[in-house]
Design a protein around this ligand. Structure first.
Ligand code: HEC
Length: 181
């Protein structure tokens, strides 16, 4: 009888543990959450179209990301050389589902202004707009290799897909010419 009772207790505890772990999973390993929308002044910020998947640009972006160009700007010290985070709090840039939730403007906004209350600081005092686009072109190779963001379609599309003009925009600024607001 004692043995039977003990067995019942173990069974009940087992159920409770199972229930807890199922609910914990639901909270932690659910689908990645989209970032908040970028402030309106970022709506017109887009990657120069010929930067996507451009080996020369990606090479420059890599030199910035890894601190080779300027040791004060070493994204890899937290985000890892290959996008695999090396500091707590940074997300995995190799995760395509996470990367896809960002538009090019949202990536730009995060790098330019940082994320308040986290280790991610604003880089605008250290990086020009052009340098930020290069670093993003490199960052995209971790999880979105071979794709580019189409601001007209508001979606990631294959690198060889024709670009839709962003809604409302008459023309893109010429390459290397920073857009003055
Ligand atoms: C000191 C550590 C650190 C450094 C250096 C750093 N980051 Fe971050 N970064 C973070 C953390 C932590 C987050 C997550 C912030 C949050 O919780 O939303 C983040 C978020 C981001 C995001 C937003 C995407 C996301 O996963 O939420 C981008 C884009 C990004 N970093 C790019 C860069 C780039 C580019 C550089 C170099 C110019 C850089 N980071 C340097 C720690 C760092």
């Amino acid at each position: 009888m004692k043995v039977y009772q003990d067995g019942k207790i173990v069974f009940v505890i087992g159920l409770a543990v199972l229930g807890l772990s199922i609910s914990a999973c639901g909270g932690e390993s659910g689908p990645p959450q989209p970032p908040p929308p970028a402030p309106p002044e970022y709506a017109d910020k887009h990657m120069p179209p010929d930067y996507w998947n451009n080996p020369a640009i990606i090479e420059e972006g890599k030199a910035i990301f890894t601190g080779v160009q300027n040791i004060d700007v070493n994204c890899a010290s937290c985000h890892g050389k290959d996008g695999k985070p090396v500091k707590a709090g940074a997300r995995d840039f190799r995760n395509t589902e996470h990367m896809k939730l960002y538009s090019d403007s949202q990536w730009f906004w995060r790098v330019n202004e940082g994320v308040a209350g986290t280790k991610m600081k604003a880089w605008k005092s250290k990086l020009s707009e052009d340098a930020i686009w290069k670093v993003i072109a490199f960052e995209a190779t971790f999880g979105l290799n071979g794709q580019k963001y189409d601001p007209g379609k508001k979606a990631w599309v294959p690198a060889d897909a024709p670009m839709t003009a962003p809604a409302g925009a008459a023309s893109e600024p010429a390459e290397g010419e920073p857009k003055t607001e």
